[in-house]
Design a binder for this molecule. Structure first.
Ligand SMILES: Nc1ncnc2c1ncn2[C@@H]1O[C@H](COP(=O)(O)OP(=O)(O)OP(=O)(O)O)[C@@H](O)[C@H]1O
Length: 198
């Protein structure tokens, strides 16, 4: 669980912070003066850095497991504006290596779980014996329709199918073979640009 700081709009209308942190994954919410207690594996307080979240969210363990052959998923879930994108990729300018529109430069401290995972994955893959091939796809599911973000000109929605050998898969999904962090970053940037223009 990550709890983001109050944004400027919330500060301007004098919203008060309703969360209290009791350590050990325990969180208390004041719900109209009725305290409600919640328990999580980890709670990241508003001051937590992107590095804290990467180091303590279990992402490294997931990547280690993926390299050992397990299918792994990282999922961000929360209401609109709660910080899913911030956690996964950081603010938008973190995605582009070149100077961002408006003169902002990427801040390496602000990059999110995805970019940090790329670096960790490549480091770990090098230390694991045997040939490893990294392939990346990027799709969006919106209103139960699948869109290929690496091939957005394909006008049709893609079909989800099942086969005995592959299990569930998305038919005709573009797959990019990646050898470096830069290759993975290019996939992320390409997909993000497509999702903004859809
Ligand atoms: N931990 C954080 N620290 C500072 N700012 C944050 C944090 N989390 C989110 N924000 C800011 O809050 C705003 C909303 O966050 P974000 O866009 O990540 O939400 P979201 O859950 O992806 O929303 P949506 O579902 O609408 O796309 C952004 O301006 C983001 O930079």
């Amino acid at each position: 669980m990550t709890v983001r700081p109050l944004n400027s709009q919330e500060q301007n209308r004098n919203d008060t912070f309703c969360a209290q942190f009791h350590g050990g994954g325990r969180l208390e919410i004041q719900n109209f003066n009725q305290p409600k207690q919640f328990g999580y594996n980890v709670v990241f307080e508003p001051e937590a850095s992107q590095e804290d979240v990467f180091d303590n969210s279990g992402m490294k363990k997931l990547i280690d497991m993926a390299l050992n052959g397990y299918a792994c998923t990282a999922l961000a879930f929360g209401q609109t504006g709660s910080g899913k994108t911030h956690t996964m990729t950081g603010p938008p300018q973190q995605l582009y290596e070149e100077e961002f529109e408006g003169g902002k430069h990427p801040d390496p401290d602000m990059v999110g779980l995805m970019q940090r995972s790329f670096t960790y994955l490549l480091q770990q893959a090098e230390s694991v014996a045997g040939n490893k091939v990294i392939r990346a796809s990027y799709l969006e599911i919106y209103n139960e329709q699948v869109i290929d973000l690496l091939n957005p000109n394909q006008k049709r929605y893609l079909q989800v199918r099942w086969s005995k050998n592959k299990g569930f898969y998305v038919e005709n999904l573009f797959v990019a073979e990646c050898e470096s962090v830069d290759d993975l970053m290019a996939v992320l940037e390409e997909g993000q640009l497509s999702s903004l223009s859809i």
